[in-house]
Design a protein around this ligand. Structure first.
Ligand SMILES: Cc1cc2nc3c(=O)[nH]c(=O)nc-3n(C[C@H](O)[C@H](O)[C@H](O)COP(=O)(O)O)c2cc1C
Length: 137
């Protein structure tokens, strides 16, 4: 299974999450500034939320994707106020005709003292287990 990982991370949380995914999925964790260079079966795509939005760089990355070169996207991310950034990612991807997996991974991401310390070690281990499940499918 050919896998790629991309993230946008303002405070380093999605980067940490992408690196945990990389440990299990055997692909490199790269920022969305790095376009996909070859077709993939699974693309893990993640971000946090800043002032109610996913960063525009994620939209730019999605805008450059070739829908025929990505079989399926698995979304991940963290947030402090909204439940998850995944619905925003899903909407952007689906509007380009890109298939998005039902399964996704979200956890709390700190905003100052709110959810301080998250994503924490347990969040990252839960994420690794989630990815083990995806890779076993
Ligand atoms: C200044 C600031 C603004 C934030 N705005 C929001 C927000 O509007 N909604 C939300 O759910 N989380 C918000 N968060 C929480 C972030 O989404 C959370 O820290 C996330 O883990 C960041 O991921 P990243 O470091 O990968 O960008 C905010 C955090 C900070 C520090």
């Amino acid at each position: 299974m050919k896998t790629a990982i991309r993230y946008y991370s303002k405070f380093g949380h999605s980067k940490q999450m992408a690196e945990a995914i990389a440990e299990v999925a055997g692909a490199k964790a790269l920022p969305v500034s790095e376009p996909l260079t070859e077709p993939v079966d699974v693309l893990f795509l993640g971000a946090g939320v800043f002032l109610g939005k996913v960063n525009a760089a994620v939209g730019e990355f999605i805008g450059k994707l070739d829908p025929s070169a990505v079989k399926c996207v698995v979304c991940f991310g963290s947030s402090a106020i909204v439940a998850s950034p995944v619905p925003m990612l899903r909407k952007m991807l689906e509007s380009r005709g890109i298939a998005v997996a039902e399964q996704s991974f979200s956890c709390k991401g700190s905003m100052g003292p709110v959810h301080a310390g998250h994503p924490d070690a347990k969040d990252l281990e839960d994420l690794r287990n989630f990815v083990r499940g995806i890779c076993a499918e």
